[in-house]
Write a protein that binds this ligand. Structure first.
Ligand SMILES: CC(C)(COP(=O)(O)OP(=O)(O)OC[C@H]1O[C@@H](n2cnc3c(N)ncnc32)[C@H](O)[C@@H]1OP(=O)(O)O)[C@@H](O)C(=O)NCCC(=O)NCCS
Length: 225
């Protein structure tokens, strides 16, 4: 697998690649960010940002350093939204323009085992059943997918809500009542201002040989209902 570029619809570009096939040179302006990193961490940092700048190029946007905000979120120019993920040997970046997308989150499912015991506090049996039904996964696959999707949900919601301590059990991914082939995201805590934001999330999974990547996106603000 080399660098894979996938347009998720017209306006959202997803780049996925093995880290060892990407340049390891630190981008000008990011030297201070990597100064105290281990070699492995530096490689994943450099790799995801390289993919992000390829995505910027695809979108006709200029390259730029990509620092962090207060909660570790990647910072973009005002026109751009994006999200990054790295897992073992793979890096992924997904980007769009703010006019088309309020926020986006990405997570790589690297195939790591997640058994019933270790996932008990992270998801409900109802979620696992919904996901199995909608995506046709076995139980182990459904657990892994829910975990990965929740990481992507977290990354997508943070720029919109600044909710840094959102926990796994506060969010549920369920089959939509009107069409049980669709999944929707529900906030389990009642009367939260942000319930509408979660309800608007759209989740998709993309497959690249040995890895699956979950992408969660929010519509632009002017499409809020
Ligand atoms: C932040 C978090 C989502 C990262 O996910 P991960 O699977 O551990 O790691 P990944 O490699 O996939 O993603 C790392 C990238 O996430 C991004 N990220 C970190 N914090 C973020 C935030 N608050 N908002 C958006 N993106 C964030 C960063 O770009 C980071 O890469 P970088 O440090 O190289 O820039 C995860 O560690 C975490 O803390 N989760 C909180 C609990 C949670 O997920 N709850 C689910 C609620 S539904």
């Amino acid at each position: 697998m080399t660098i894979s570029k996938h347009w998720c619809g017209e306006h959202l570009v997803l780049m996925v690649a093995p880290i060892d096939q990407l340049p390891s040179t630190v981008y000008p302006g990011e030297e201070g960010l990597v100064a105290t990193m281990t070699l492995t961490r530096r490689r994943e940092f450099v790799a995801t940002r390289h993919l992000a700048r390829l995505a910027l190029h695809e979108m006709g946007e200029p390259p730029a350093p990509i620092p962090w905000g207060a909660a570790g979120e990647p910072r973009w120019s005002t026109e751009v939204v994006g999200s990054l993920s790295h897992a073992r040997e793979i890096a992924a970046a997904v980007l769009s323009k703010r006019q088309f997308c309020r926020s986006v989150g990405v997570d790589i499912d690297d195939g790591r085992q997640l058994d019933e015991r270790s996932s008990r506090d992270l998801m409900t049996e109802r979620e696992i059943d919904s996901v199995r039904g909608c995506l046709g996964l076995d139980e182990e696959g459904a657990r892994r997918w829910v975990f990965s999707a929740k990481e992507a949900i977290y990354k997508c919601q943070y720029p919109a809500t600044s909710w840094a301590d959102l926990n796994f059990e506060e969010v549920e991914i369920l089959a939509a009542p009107e069409n049980d082939e669709d999944l929707r995201v529900e906030l389990r805590r009642e009367n939260r201002d942000w319930a509408k934001v979660f309800a608007q999330m759209n989740i998709n999974t993309y497959h690249f040989q040995q890895v699956s990547v979950v992408v969660v996106r929010l519509p632009p603000v002017d499409e809020d209902v």
